[in-house]
Design a protein around this ligand. Sequence first.
Ligand SMILES: NC(=O)c1ccc[n+]([C@@H]2O[C@H](COP(=O)([O-])OP(=O)(O)OC[C@H]3O[C@@H](n4cnc5c(N)ncnc54)[C@H](OP(=O)(O)O)[C@@H]3O)[C@@H](O)[C@H]2O)c1
Length: 317
Amino acid sequence: MESLTVTLNNGLKMPKVGLGTWKSSPEAVREAVKSAIGAGYRHIDTASVYGNEKEIGNALKEVLNEGKVKREELFITTKLAQSQMDPEALRRNFEASYTNLQLDYIDLYLIHNPIGLKASVNDAVATGKYAPDGVDYVDTWKILETFVDEGRVKSIGVSNFNDKQIERILKVAKYKPVVNQIELNPYFTRTKLVDRCQANGIVIIAYSSFGSLDRPWAKEGDANLLKDPTVLSLAEKHNKSSAQVLLRFAIDRGCLVIPKSVTPKRIQDNIEVFDFKLTADDINTLMSLNRNFTMGLVLWKTCKDHPHSPFNEELQL
Ligand SMILES: NC(=O)c1ccc[n+]([C@@H]2O[C@H](COP(=O)([O-])OP(=O)(O)OC[C@H]3O[C@@H](n4cnc5c(N)ncnc54)[C@H](OP(=O)(O)O)[C@@H]3O)[C@@H](O)[C@H]2O)c1
């Protein structure tokens, strides 16, 4: 039987499917987390900038108090805001996440983005302007390592990094990044980055597996991965939904997934992906849909002159 977890390069196990929570309102996220845990999820992915850590912490407290799950069975990820990379701000940002989640330790703490900003990322997206914070993410990494030494974080990793940026961290790391959390789906397949990370023992967590259709800047007529004819035909072939095929696409490439939903039926469906596998031909067919489409293009374009932009080479910005 297929394992529901992967082993990270520090020996800890991480679930293959987790619940994404970006855009899950504080009101909705509590029920979403409880529903997910009821459906068998053990990994919850959040971030300081999602504005819902406290409600997630409340939901976790509730399920733990009810004895529905034990702390050691859960795997909780959060992320350092990219406007808080300056050492003092970083410590404040970490303390806030730690307090909000109300846990003795955080399982995984990520640098959300190599692009450090002076103001919030939402400002950059809304105004098309940004100011770099002058922080080198390698220095940020050294501070994250101290959280591991203090026992308040079990594992540390990165998100939205390219392979060269990871190489810079590996040169100085006492603890290797265990994961790189990146946008990954059949419209953005990123073979080189996935291969390089996996060769370095760094697990890829795929985000926006469905193309993030609820992203705030989505427009009428944007491509809909869940309705792509090729995805639909594979769904019919396997007698599964297109969402399940998209999740399996990442899992069968050796990656983890964190589908976001606040809808109980979808939350349930999104973890029912262990009763089928895609064939090598299916994966090649899905890989051929690649169009280097990234739902985050607004941000990447806005910040393309930032010294730590991860995308200029990959997207030819
Ligand atoms: N590190 C980063 O920079 C970064 C960036 C983006 C995302 N992430 C993480 O990755 C998670 C997932 O990515 P995402 O939120 O961008 O988008 P996503 O998971 O690709 O898509 C979420 C959208 O799909 C819908 N959906 C969920 N399950 C479905 C199903 N079975 N059938 C049809 N529709 C379904 C959701 O609707 P409902 O909620 O209404 O059900 C929501 O509108 C985030 O929530 C976040 O935790 C990280």
